[in-house]
Design a binder for this molecule. Structure first.
Ligand code: GLN
Length: 313
């Protein structure tokens, strides 16, 4: 099979079924995150894939209902909200759009190479985008936006994850105060961090992430409701930054091997905005050394190859 346009739905189902098997078999090669203690409670063997397309068709295999915290996938929601609230020029005068090549929570380049965070998909960049909106938008506003993007009114704040995140978030505190010391933080540090931690602690599932991927893949319009959730001029920067920076310091390899705009989180979630248009949401809490879901990456390699989803094919 070579292209999503030519494949029948039964063929697509077969590819996802095989990807589920491949992913499930690789969960044992990963390790659940434990630097936020609450995340360590996840079941390392869990894996689920959900696909939604613009015709309302859906496929799901494995753990697609189980809730987990959004973690860094929320960086996409923060960036979309910052773009909507401040516009393109203003947003990108506070955060760059360059892959960092460093781990997601690195402080190194922020202190030594540049004053601005490298991109909005690493902690420093997402804390900066949170600071851009935290003065005007409340957590409730952002929760409502996340629910809309994910087509999931069931998204809620996971209080236990939030508490765990808050207690152990010293590195993120270091980042927020470093940004403040450089005069680039736009919001009040405590309010900014509160919003950042709460966004990381939103409980989603693979189906919610598939929906969010579909909205992005569909040019910012939710096909289920016909509502525009991201303006057309913001979809491209969002997709490109997901493509180049969405998988932390594995982003280059993922772009070559999979070639789909994507964003991962240490809760085990992965959102992909694929050709079709098609949204793919995956959940596998056993992570690789970069902080990406081991099973989700393996499954996406298979799906992209079999359905010709690479952006440059
Ligand atoms: N809440 C996590 C942190 O700030 C999010 C990181 C991630 O998902 N990579 O460390």
């Amino acid at each position: 099979m070579s292209s999503i346009e030519k494949a029948s739905f039964e063929e697509i189902r077969g590819v996802f079924e095989e990807a589920y098997r491949i992913g499930l078999a690789s969960t044992r090669l990963g390790k659940v995150a434990d630097y936020i203690p609450e995340l360590a409670k996840a079941n390392a063997d869990d894996f689920g894939i959900c696909m939604k397309d613009a015709d309302g068709r859906e496929l799901s295999f494995g753990e697609c209902e189980k809730r987990f915290s959004m973690q860094s996938v929320s960086k996409v929601v923060l960036l979309a909200a910052a773009l909507a609230h401040c516009g393109f020029e203003e947003t990108f005068s506070h955060v760059m759009m360059e892959p960092s090549g460093d781990s997601f929570n690195s402080i190194l380049k922020l202190d030594t190479t540049s004053n601005l965070p490298f991109n909005p998909m690493i902690n420093a960049g997402a804390i900066e985008t949170a600071s851009l909106i935290s003065g005007d938008l409340s957590f409730e506003d952002m929760l409502a936006y996340a629910r809309e993007l994910c087509g999931d009114p069931g998204i809620a704040l996971d209080e236990a994850v939030f508490a765990s995140e808050f207690e152990t978030g010293d590195r993120n505190r270091a980042i927020v105060y470093l940004l403040k010391s450089k005069g680039v933080l736009m919001g009040e540090p405590k309010r900014t961090l509160d919003l950042y931690f709460k966004m990381c602690s939103l409980s989603v599932n693979a189906r919610s992430l598939a929906h969010m991927g579909l909205v992005i893949a569909n040019g910012g319009i939710d096909p289920a409701t016909g509502r525009r959730l991201i303006s057309p001029e913001h979809v491209r920067p969002l997709k490109v930054i997901m493509f180049t920076c969405g998988m932390y310091d594995y982003s280059g390899k993922f772009s070559v091997r999979v070639g789909v705009p994507a964003k991962s989180g240490v809760g085990g979630g992965l959102v992909c905005a694929a050709k079709g248009p098609m949204g793919i949401g995956l959940y596998g809490p056993a992570l690789d050394s970069f902080g990406n879901s081991k099973a989700a990456v393996k499954a996406m390699e298979h799906i992209s190859k079999e359905l010709g989803l690479h952006s440059f094919d």
